[in-house]
Design a binder for this molecule. Structure first.
Ligand SMILES: [Zn+2]
Ligand SMILES: [Zn+2]
Length: 282
């Protein structure tokens, strides 16, 4: 039965810059779930992302491991750019009709998600629930797309909060003592992966269709072009002041390679509006 968890893991790994492994199973009510967790790390010390397919509904949940306390603590100290990225992705999920249940230290974080960082984190829960979906009624390809879209979103949100750089170890040496060699682990993202996380968040928010010509390349080329899209800075990075915090919702836009090339034939680049005007001439 599709989607298979390995394909889903492969797709999300490629986009996230963090390797995931996939598994699947059924819950007590017979509903199928697909689960992803960071490859090569014990699940108990990191996290899993589980998508449960119900009748016309999809629940995607972040499941922190039983011993993931240090990772959660680290996510609770994420910097402002990470918080804004996390919030922007989840706000988009809400705008698309999902319920976002986000709890920190057992208390629900209501409207303004940025208030979640007002005190240190000991625990966190995150579930995105989307009902009224045309899912699980026979069209597997459309089911796959929905599962992928919503799983990618929660993955992009969580990735934004993962600690950057090896020094910000998610799991301290002391905590790792008593574990077999190789089980000592840390989930961190190199600083150069920042752009990649921004890209993942921008695509989670804006989707994979070009903002100028509306083309999504895999509808034209099939799987060979799956995920092929470029992310454009609406204001050139060189013009942003030092310390400017990029919001993937407002500052980034997906463009196909053609439109992106045309945009950069002028400096400063042509705007999306100008690109659309060029296209409407033909
Ligand atoms: Zn385009
Ligand atoms: Zn660009």
């Amino acid at each position: 039965m599709s989607p298979d968890p390995h394909t889903l893991a492969g797709r999300i790994s490629a986009e996230a810059g963090l390797e995931f492994e996939g598994s699947e199973g059924r819950d007590g009510e017979g509903r199928r779930w697909l689960e992803l967790h960071p490859a090569g790390h014990p699940k108990a010390r990191t996290f899993a992302i589980r998508a449960t397919v119900g009748w016309r509904r999809l629940d995607v949940q972040l499941l922190p491991g039983t011993f993931a306390g240090n990772l959660i603590k680290a996510m609770g100290t994420a910097d402002e750019m990470a918080r804004i990225t996390f919030s922007a992705v989840l706000e988009k999920c809400r705008a698309d009709g999902a319920d976002v249940d986000f709890m920190v230290n057992g208390a629900a974080v209501m409207d303004d998600l940025l208030t979640a960082w007002s005190s240190p984190w000991r625990s966190m829960d995150l579930v995105i629930r989307r009902g009224m979906l045309r899912i699980n009624d026979g069209d597997e390809e459309s089911d796959n797309r929905l599962i992928e879209r919503w799983t990618t979103r929660i993955a992009a949100a969580v990735l934004a909060l993962l600690p950057l750089e090896p020094h910000d170890t998610a799991i301290s040496e002391a905590d790792a003592q008593g574990l077999p060699e190789g089980a000592k682990t840390q989930i961190t993202v190199n600083r150069y992966e920042r752009d990649r996380r921004n890209r993942a968040a921008a695509l989670a928010i804006h989707g994979y269709a070009c903002k100028a010509c509306n083309l999504q390349l895999d509808t034209l080329y099939g799987d060979a072009a799956l995920g092929l899209i470029e992310v454009h800075h609406l204001t050139p990075v060189s013009e942003l002041g030092p310390g400017y915090i990029i919001n993937p919702r407002d500052d980034l836009a997906p463009l196909c390679p053609n439109c992106h090339s045309v945009a950069h034939r002028r400096a400063p680049p042509y705007s999306i509006r100008e690109l659309r005007a060029f296209l409407s001439r033909s």
